[in-house]
Design a protein around this ligand. Structure first.
Ligand SMILES: C[S@@+](CC[C@H](N)C(=O)[O-])C[C@H]1O[C@@H](n2cnc3c(N)ncnc32)[C@H](O)[C@@H]1O
Length: 137
């Protein structure tokens, strides 16, 4: 714990292996929407490694969004946007288009409606062929 920056030990352990799989399937440029960003550590790590991309972290939980914002401030990175409130189950998402959607460790810990909403929401904002990347389930 450092200020509002929360640390998840599992995130520190898995961010490199996830990055290794994720990097080759992401586009070189564009917007990556992250669903269920949690502490924000993944988004900040990926944004630092992939400066050609802009990351949009989101989470429905206010405390998580505070942690994400704190990590962004601490990182000094310019290619990561302020966190948005987004519930995957909601029919209305605050982002209307993205070049990739990533969702790490949400599907298996949330009600089935979140997964259905994730599929519906991602399909609505991604162009044909753009990736939806899931980790965890
Ligand atoms: C186990 S944490 C994973 C956080 C982060 N992705 C990670 O791997 O460290 C699960 C996250 O899913 C979020 N979450 C739960 N239900 C959700 C929903 N319906 N839509 C979006 N996020 C949700 C929670 O707020 C929490 O931040």
């Amino acid at each position: 714990m450092s200020g509002e920056r929360r640390c998840a030990p599992a995130t520190e352990r898995n961010r490199e292996p996830i990055y290794a799989v994720l990097a080759p399937v992401l586009p070189y440029r564009g917007l990556v929407l992250e669903i269920a960003s949690g502490t924000g550590e993944h988004a900040v790590h990926f944004a630092a490694e992939l400066p050609g991309l802009t990351f949009q972290p989101t989470d429905p939980d206010e405390r998580s969004r505070a942690s994400i914002a704190a990590w962004i401030g601490h990182s000094g990175l310019k290619n990561i946007l302020a966190p948005l409130e987004l519930d995957a189950a909601s029919p209305i998402w605050p982002v209307k288009s993205a070049d990739a959607v990533i969702c790490i460790n949400m599907v298996h810990i949330s009600p089935w409606g979140s997964s259905l909403g994730l599929m519906r929401g991602a399909a609505a904002i991604l162009q044909k062929g753009a990736p939806l990347f899931l980790y965890g389930p």
